[in-house]
Ligand binder design. Structure first.
Ligand code: DLL
Length: 425
């Protein structure tokens, strides 16, 4: 589809959905009224800036079903994401919404080169989390065989991956690393596995981690992006170019806004990603603030797709740590660790405040072949990473070297930062 055709489609759908939420979601009727707008003010997609934003807090305030736009009898699926505080965020799907979502995820799997011949091992958690069932439905939709493993039980995962000849693995990148380690320890030769594709997402990961997973698992590792509030996995997906996800913008309209002012930002500028549902029935959201930071690019991709592309998510505005005045994203720390051959990509950052000064302590795991209990060797290694962190991030870290396997592995979304200051505030 050309950009013009896409724009026309988006304009048409935006007109329809504005009218739909005005008539069916009392929350949006109130918001439109407060802003003094009616659906008639929405003529084309550029008019989206007239519409109100929606925040996670709006979803929490309307817990559980306050943003529903159809009778409960039309809702066929309920998902929820727990987050760290407060009530869960609840999302509702009609039958048609599930079909749209399946279509979105099948586009992802097709872009990775998967077909009905493939056997998918879905190792995202099943349940209220959208990862498991989302990937499951998408794989089934393309006619592939699905092993509904869910996460955890890692040795059994490896055994079945081998015995069932799984070709495509769906899980978080941190779990992919754990699985790679477990496969290596299993003693089963790699060429007895059929694995060739990975669909990894649900948490930020860097290019260096992609290369690490690809070399350890000997597969192609693709990014898959999404969030429960918009649908789940499959809002965005990489193509064979592997340089950032395309977005399913005919279903979920993306904008980049300034996280502070909410002003729309131009192509190529990093800011907060927002989505507007263009054809959702159960619980459509207008200009939903994801808190995810990225930039959009509209030029045609080398793969031939015209769908807008985003840079890989660099982090969330609420993940950014301010330590002694310096802005730090966990992905920057990961990048530094991955540049040094002595370390595993496993770490925990503990931030605290002592005597009114921020402290930052990085626990990082040393590879078996570089681990030594000799104090001089430890000191040298500690300095190596400390100096690198200082030069790249501009911040002094207290480094704790952890013995091999000393950092707990993650089977879902990895938790790498403990900010004790938050508990004190
Ligand atoms: O994580 C949906 C999902 C499942 C996506 C499986 C991909 C694969 P939530 O639990 O609601 O939904 O968390 C959404 O996770 O706003 C991002 O901050 C982060 N996230 C998701 N995918 C990526 C990714 C699922 N590929 C939140 N890269 C989002 C970076 C990601 N961050």
């Amino acid at each position: 589809m050309s950009r013009e055709q896409m724009r026309d489609l988006q304009s048409k759908r935006l007109r329809e959905i504005s009218k739909y939420v005005y008539e069916n979601t009392p929350f949006y009727k109130r918001k439109f009224d407060e802003l003094g707008i009616t659906p008639d003010d929405i003529k084309d997609i550029d008019d989206i800036v007239k519409l109100p934003f929606t925040n996670k807090l709006d979803l929490r305030d309307n817990y559980p079903f306050g943003l529903r736009a159809v009778p409960m009898s039309d809702i066929v699926r309920i998902h929820a994401s727990s987050g760290t505080t407060g009530k869960p965020v609840v999302v509702l799907y009609t039958k048609k919404d599930l079909e749209t979502w399946q279509e979105a995820i099948s586009r992802a799997f097709t872009a990775y080169g998967a077909t009905k011949e493939d056997i998918f091992q879905v190792s995202y958690g099943y349940g209220l989390f959208t990862g498991g069932l989302g990937a499951h439905d998408g794989a089934q939709h393309i006619g592939a065989s699905v092993i509904p493993m869910s996460s955890g039980n890692t040795e059994k995962q490896v055994a079945l991956m081998h015995d069932f000849g799984a070709t495509t693995l769906c899980c978080t990148p941190s779990y992919a690393l754990f699985l790679a380690e477990t496969i290596a320890e299993s003693g089963i030769p790699r060429d007895e596995f059929k694995l060739r594709i990975g669909a990894f997402g649900a948490e930020p990961w860097t290019e260096a981690i992609r290369r690490d997973i690809e070399s350890k698992l000997k597969i192609k590792a693709y990014d898959i992006y999404g969030l429960s509030e918009v649908a789940g996995p499959g809002v965005g997906y990489e193509c064979e170019c592997q340089n950032g996800p395309h977005l399913n913008e005919d279903f979920y309209y993306p904008e980049i806004v300034d996280p502070t002012t909410g002003k729309q930002l131009p192509e190529g500028t990093v800011g907060e990603l927002c989505f507007t549902h263009l054809n959702k029935e159960g619980m459509p959201l207008m200009r939903y603030r994801t808190h995810d930071l990225t930039a959009l690019h509209y030029e045609k991709c080398a793969c031939g797709r015209t769908l807008v592309k985003m840079d890989r998510i660099m982090g969330r505005c609420d993940d950014m740590l301010i330590i002694r005045g310096v802005n730090v994203f966990p992905t920057q720390i990961e990048d530094v660790i991955m540049q040094l051959k002595e370390f595993e990509p496993h770490y925990i950052l503990v931030v605290d405040r002592v005597n009114n000064t921020d402290t930052s302590e990085l626990h990082v795991e040393v590879k078996k072949e570089y681990y030594s209990t000799d104090p001089a060797a430890q000191k040298a290694l500690m300095h190596k990473i400390k100096d690198k962190l200082k030069s790249v991030i501009g911040l002094g870290f207290y480094v704790v070297l952890v013995e091999p396997k000393g950092i707990e592995r993650s089977t879902g979304k990895a938790k790498r930062v403990i900010d004790k200051r938050k508990l004190k505030d």
